[in-house]
Write a protein that binds this ligand. Structure first.
Ligand SMILES: Nc1nc2c(ncn2[C@@H]2O[C@H](COP(=O)(O)OP(=O)(O)OP(=O)(O)O)[C@@H](O)[C@H]2O)c(=O)[nH]1
Ligand SMILES: [Mg+2]
Length: 293
């Protein structure tokens, strides 16, 4: 031990916003690159709601990826708020990764995103996603220099990092190198439960629920984490579906979520889920902002 001040760990550092249509593979990219479950993923559009930070650190660089909600055309209060929060990440980032889903036709939604990005005075790196699938996007709509990538075979990952590299600054690390996300434990639990609901519920129901983690504590014998989370539905009929016959649906959600949480926290978990009805929660500013901040 000595009293010399510690030398800051200086590397190439910066923040990168990952933006694009819903379902274009943004969260899958952040998770696959970092090798941890940072963001939740489902086959449904609008899975990510609030911006999630994934921190990627190597021997010579540290990139904070801002995984944003897909920018979409919905214009009610909730959708406007989700889009507004995603757009805020454009201001916070020094570089934009613009994800274009190669497997879907170009349309109004994509055009709208390009209009938004045209006004952003920052380096924008276009990325064509899902290149493992049959390609359907009209070539006339593909920006020049777009990087082809796939989260399935990890193709294009190195090219993406190399395209970001020139825009990074030499600076002290923003986060300890062991960190891969800055989400707190409560948020992570709520998100994992929400992922299971998104994967198992049909049609509009996933968009009618929100999850709030009430407590996380060591069990009295210290052997596991005891977690209690509430699932809120908008109507009693939805609540009944989420509970299921003899609570079968809730058990299924709870089991899948518990497995992921044990993986994430590296501990045994006892997860208790309760379902409540909260009519019109999407119209409640406090709840809405709490979920998106
Ligand atoms: N075939 C293929 N599927 C992918 C790829 N990347 C993601 N997917 C799938 O596409 C769906 C959406 O992936 P997400 O990562 O949740 O997409 P997102 O852009 O974060 O979506 P939002 O959060 O809704 O904006 C999931 O079913 C993924 O498994 C890919 O490279 N190839
Ligand atoms: Mg996402």
């Amino acid at each position: 031990m000595n009293n010399l001040p510690s030398i800051p760990d200086v590397r190439l550092v910066g923040s990168v916003a990952v933006v694009g249509r819903p379902n274009s593979g943004k969260s899958s990219f952040v998770n696959t690159l970092i090798g941890e479950k940072v963001s939740i993923v489902s086959k449904r559009p609008q899975t990510t709601q609030r911006t999630t930070h994934g921190i990627y650190t190597t021997n010579d660089l540290q990139i904070v990826f801002l995984d944003t909600a897909g920018i979409h055309l919905g214009n009610d209060r909730w959708n406007e708020a989700v889009n507004r929060h995603a757009a805020k990440s454009l201001e916070r980032a020094s570089v934009i990764l613009y994800f274009i889903d190669r497997s879907r036709p170009y349309g109004t939604e994509e055009r709208n995103i390009r209009t938004i990005l045209d006004k952003v005075d920052k380096p924008i790196i276009p990325v064509l996603t899902k290149c493992d699938l049959d390609k359907r996007l009209d070539d006339g709509n593909i920006p020049e220099n777009a990087i082809e990538m796939s989260n399935v075979d990890k193709s294009g990952f190195e090219s993406i990092i190399e395209a970001i590299r020139p825009h990074l600054e030499t600076a002290p690390l923003l986060y300890d190198e062991d960190y891969y996300t800055d989400q707190d434990m409560y948020t992570r639990v709520s998100e994992v439960v929400r992922e299971k609901l998104f994967r198992e519920l049909d049609e509009e129901l996933p968009y009618s629920v929100y999850v709030e983690t009430q407590h996380i504590q060591d069990s009295p014998d210290g052997a596991r984490l005891d977690i209690l989370a509430y699932i809120y539905a908008e109507r009693d009929s939805q609540k009944a579906i989420i509970i299921g016959k003899n609570a079968s649906f809730l058990v299924k959600i709870g089991t899948a979520a518990r497995r992921d949480l044990e993986e994430i926290f590296g501990r045994h978990v006892m997860l208790q889920l309760r379902v409540k009805t909260m009519p019109k929660w999407k119209k409640n500013d406090k709840i809405m902002e709490g979920l998106l901040e």
